[in-house]
Design a protein around this ligand. Structure first.
Ligand code: F6R
Length: 244
């Protein structure tokens, strides 16, 4: 638990940077699982600072984003492609072909094979070294909404009404929020070698308590993270305020 989100984000970014530097030194790739939304923004701005001011190189980094709305065109204001460019990729030296974000432009017929291929690409890259996560008020990680079981993999899902309501301001009205998304599964996330679950602010306190201290159940998919043996839950004081 950190006094504020800024300090916590600097710590997460510094852990990630240390791993990248160690791998760079021995000529090995680092595979990062990335999240969007408001939670990781300061982690990305610190990684950008480390690149610009301290020479941290992303040439050997391979990334896989958790999710994308479906349908979604990459140039749209709310697309996670655009989000990742604006907050991270446009400001670092990662080669484009090492970036993977679920494709919101596919036809329904194409999605199934695409998701299987996304899983294959993660495996071929050597698996996720680090996965960073935010948490939704439904208890979702990625877009694994209540009902998502432990063994789920990358797939097309239906968004919870609460998630769509939370996204409404960004879409200028709930009626414009897509009903579906492509997301890595709970099982995909649990295979990461290290996980950081981050949450900031009072509004996340009740779901943080359920995720960390509640019974493990698909009713709150984030509770499956309790089974992971190398996870850090990084909170500011308000988000931690309901923990016993
Ligand atoms: C985003 C994602 C979501 C968000 C969650 C919290 O890629 O997978 O699970 O992490 O909805 O969103 P924010 O950070 O905006 O509160």
């Amino acid at each position: 638990v950190y006094p504020d989100a800024r300090e916590a984000s600097v710590k997460v970014a510094s852990d990630i940077a240390n791993l990248i530097r160690a791998r760079n030194q021995i000529g090995q790739n680092t595979v990062l699982g990335l999240a969007t939304g408001s939670t990781p923004i300061r982690v990305y701005s610190e990684l950008v600072r480390l690149h610009k001011e301290e020479g941290l190189s992303f040439r050997r980094v391979i990334t896989f984003n958790l999710d994308e709305y479906y349908p979604m065109q990459p140039e749209e204001l709310q697309s996670y492609v655009r989000f990742m460019r604006e907050h991270l990729f446009d400001h670092i030296d990662i080669p484009d072909e090492q970036i993977h974000i679920p494709d919101g432009t596919l036809t329904r017929e194409e999605v199934y094979e695409y998701c299987a291929e996304y899983e294959r690409k993660i495996s071929e890259a050597g698996g996720l070294d680090v996965q960073i996560l935010g948490i939704g008020r439904t208890g979702h990680i990625g877009f694994n909404e209540p009902g998502s079981i432990e063994k789920t993999r990358t797939r097309l899902v239906t968004l919870d009404e609460l998630t769509r309501a939370d996204a409404a301001p960004a879409f200028f009205g709930e009626e414009h929020v897509p009903r579906r998304a492509i997301t890595m599964g709970v099982g995909t996330i649990l295979k990461a070698k290290k996980i950081y679950l981050m949450a900031w602010g009072e509004a996340k306190a009740p779901i943080v308590r359920r995720a960390v201290e509640g019974e493990i159940s698909e009713k709150v998919p984030a509770t499956f993270l309790q089974k992971h043996d190398n996870i850090k839950v990084i909170l500011d004081e308000p988000a931690a305020s309901e923990l016993s």
